[in-house]
Structures are given as structure tokens and as C-alpha cells.
Design a protein around this ligand. Structure first.
Ligand code: NAP
Ligand code: F7E
Length: 343
């Protein structure tokens, strides 16, 4: 019998890649979904007929459903990826974000205990570089102090600490992966990278006039989601339960991402002006293609994320630079150029 893994957040970017990765490793994957008025689950539709892939209903806001799932499935490994994961949205729905991203983690841990599998089940918690928030050190590692700077980050900080608490109080094998931004052709369309690659593809094919962005000076350590799910698994195969920073160790600005994405779509941008008046102009035509909009600024923004993945490299043997920043942008733009063409 192969191992059984339960993935919450299976319909998300990471959940879909992790499912593929674990199926390949011979696992039986149980993906937890919540009821939606739309039945088509785009990111996992190709897995739904795989005999190693099973869907179960549950919700991180509903302890009863989690207890039922844990009791029936009795997973060897739980990957808690479910969350309200959009930082800007967390300012609009702070209570829901806290319920799912903070208390939801507690519900998962208690469900594992109530199901009587706490002594054998390994648990991965999707933690985040947003914990460093208003950063106190650059680059950030496992010992860098946290300074969460959004309702999302504050909720995720609770998740981080409750995982640590259950590890020490009940000797459970539960760990946090402190993952820096990771993107892909499956990234949600309102996160900045995907918003840019889709816009570059649409603008280059005459389907959109302009792209409006917020803070283009913001710096991120962007990796490829497909590479990062391997690390989630490695963390749970480690001899001892520990937390790890997962990042590439390379930092770029939103402006640099935009320039490169448009370049891959066949447009060379030139930047003119500053602050709210900054514009991205097509060098060939003089047309303004990118503008700044206050709508995409946050009440507090995290602007200097840069991870140090030394521990993951050393102790898990993980390669943080498998897919470079340049390759990542190209993968996303190539995908979106085709998507727009076939739309
Ligand atoms: P995502 O694409 O937004 O997926 C989030 C998933 O959570 C979806 O499957 C969503 O289901 C599910 N979900 C939301 N609320 C739920 C609830 N109440 N009960 C059950 N499921 C719920 O996020 P992602 O990018 O794959 O990220 C995965 C995890 O890693 C998240 O916890 C995120 O906060 C964290 N993280 C992400 C990054 C990153 O750069 N991607 C970095 C660090 C940490 P529906 O499809 O039904 O909405
Ligand atoms: O913003 C700036 C924005 O929304 C990145 C989540 O997966 O990673 C993600 O959170 C930066 C911010 O991701 C726009 O102000 C400028 O500084 O793509 P994002 P995020 O907030 O970093 C972390 C690690 C997670 O844990 C989260 O779950 O880009 N920015 N202009 C913009 N951002 C957006 N969304 N849209 C803009 O127009």
C-alpha cells in the first residue's frame, strides 16, 4: 500500500502541482474541496479520472468536516495549503481571513488529534514570507524576526506559532514551510505576476489597451511553484520536524518583471516619469501601455522580500535555482500568449 496524503487547498496553484508530484511518487492523494456554484475545477480537471486521486468535501471553517475527513482518510501526510491567500483582499475580508488562515490551522491540528493519528501523521503548514512584512533584516532566514504587515500576515503568524506549539506540546510532526512568492502559469490572475503576463499577452495581440499597476518599486524573491512543491514534500520526509525558508535567493522589482514580460511578448518598454505619474511606453510606437493606479496600493505594503534558502539547500538537498527568474517569466508569458490566441 502506498502512502495517503490529504491536501487542503487542492484546487489552488500549489495544490494542483503538489497533487501531480505526489501521484508520481505513488501516493493516494485525497484533495479537499469546498462546494462551489461552478463545478469545473480548472487546475485539477486533468487529475479527476486518475485512480490515485480522490476528492473529499471539507472546509477550513468547519471543524466537523475536518474531523470527518481525518477520521475516514487517516492520512499519513497532511498538506494544509487552504487559505484566503490574497494579501490585498485580506484588508477587505479580515475576519474571514483570520478564521481560515489562523483558526483553520488549529482546526486541522485538532482534527488530526481527534482522529487518533497524531503520533504518525506528518503535517505541512503553508507559511509565508509575508511574516517578515516590514522587514527587519535582508535577506530573511529562519531566524529573522517577524513583523507581519497585513491581516493576511497576522493570521498566518498565528498558524506558524500554533504549529510550533503543537510540535512541542504534543510531540507532533508538524512543520511550516516559510515560502517566498512562487508563481506559474496556474497562478491566480489577480496576483501581480500573472496579471502582468496576461496583460502583456493581451496587449501584444490587440486584446487590451493598458495595464494598471500599484507599487512597482516593490521587491520580491519569485520562484517557480512547480519547484517549490518538491520542498513541501522534502520537509515532511526529514528526520525531524523543522521549519524551512524556501526561496531562490534572487530579488527583482515589479517593474523588472513587467519589462521582461513585455519583452517576451515582443514589446520593449521604456519607463518615463516617477511615482503615480510613472508610465511604461512602447519604444516602437510611443504608446503608453502601463500606468499606475491608486486602486492597487495597499494600506500597508511589504516591499523588500528576499529569502536565504541556505538551510533548505544544506539539510534537504533542495536546489533553489532549478528554474531561473528569466525562465519563469518566459514560461508564464509563453503560456498566456497561447491562451489569449486560443480564446
Ligand atoms: P491559491 O491558489 O489561492 O489556493 C488557495 C486554496 O485554498 C484554494 O484551493 C481554495 O479553494 C482553498 N480555500 C480557501 N478557503 C478555504 C476554506 N475555507 N476551506 C477550504 N479550502 C479553502 O493559493 P496558492 O498560491 O496555491 O497557495 C497555497 C498556500 O500557500 C496558501 O495557504 C497560501 O497562503 C500559501 N502561500 C502561497 C505563496 C505563493 O506565493 N503562492 C507563498 C507563501 C505561502 P477554492 O478554489 O474553493 O477557492
Ligand atoms: O503582490 C505589488 C504589491 O499580490 C506582490 C501571495 O501568494 O505571496 C503573495 O502575496 C507585490 C506587492 O503577492 C500590483 O503591492 C503592484 O508588493 O502578487 P502579489 P503578495 O502580496 O506578495 C505571498 C508570499 C503570500 O503568502 C501570498 O499568499 O506587487 N503590486 N501592483 C501589485 N500586486 C497586485 N496583486 N496587483 C497589482 O496591480
Amino acid at each position: 500500500m502506498g502512502k495517503k496524503a490529504l491536501i487542503t487547498g487542492v484546487t489552488g496553484q500549489d495544490g494542483s502541482y503538489l497533487s501531480e508530484f505526489l501521484i508520481e511518487k505513488g501516493y493516494d492523494v485525497y484533495g479537499m474541496i469546498r462546494r462551489s456554484s461552478v463545478d469545473f475545477r480548472e487546475r485539477i480537471a486533468h487529475l479527476e479520472s486518475n485512480p490515485q486521486f480522490h476528492l473529499v468535501y471539507g472546509d477550513l471553517g468547519d471543524a466537523v468536516s475536518l474531523i470527518k475527513v481525518m477520521t475516514e482518510v487517516k492520512p499519513d501526510e497532511v498538506y494544509n495549503l487552504a487559505a484566503q491567500s490574497h494579501v490585498q483582499v485580506s484588508f477587505d475580508v479580515p475576519e474571514f481571513t483570520a478564521d481560515v488562515d489562523a483558526t483553520g490551522v488549529l482546526r486541522v491540528l485538532e482534527a488530526v488529534r481527534i482522529a487518533g493519528i497524531a503520533d504518525k501523521c506528518h503535517i505541512y503548514q503553508a507559511s509565508t514570507s509575508e511574516l517578515y512584512g516590514k522587514v527587519e533584516e535582508v535577506p530573511q532566514n529562519e531566524n529573522t524576526p517577524f513583523h507581519p504587515y497585513s491581516p493576511y500576515a497576522v493570521a498566518k503568524l498565528y498558524g506558524y506559532w500554533i504549529i510550533k506549539e503543537y510540535r512541542e506540546a504534543y510531540n507532533m510532526f508538524c512543520c511550516s514551510g516559510i515560502l517566498f512568492n512562487h508563481e506559474s502559469e496556474r497562478r491566480g490572475e489577480t496576483f501581480v505576476t500573472r496579471k502582468i503576463t496576461l496583460a502583456a499577452a493581451r496587449i501584444s495581440q490587440g486584446m487590451q489597451d493598458k495595464l494598471y499597476l500599484g507599487n512597482m518599486d516593490s521587491l520580491r524573491d519569485w520562484g517557480y511553484a512547480k519547484d517549490y512543491v518538491e520542498c513541501m514534500w522534502l520537509i515532511l520526509q526529514n528526520d525531524k520536524p523543522e521549519d524551512f525558508v524556501i526561496a531562490t535567493g534572487v530579488q527583482h522589482s515589479v517593474r523588472e518583471f513587467t519589462t521582461l514580460a513585455f519583452h517576451h511578448a515582443g514589446i520593449e518598454l521604456e519607463w518615463q516619469g516617477a511615482g503615480m505619474d510613472e508610465k511604461g511606453v512602447d519604444k516602437a510606437t510611443g504608446r503608453v501601455l502601463v500606468e499606475v493606479s491608486p486602486d492597487f496600493y495597499r494600506p500597508t505594503d511589504v516591499v523588500n522580500l528576499w529569502g536565504d534558502p541556505s538551510k533548505a539547500k544544506r539539510e534537504l538537498g533542495w536546489n533553489p535555482t532549478k528554474t531561473s527568474f528569466e525562465e519563469l517569466v518566459k514560461i508564464m508569458v509563453d503560456h498566456d500568449m497561447k491562451k489569449v490566441k486560443n480564446a
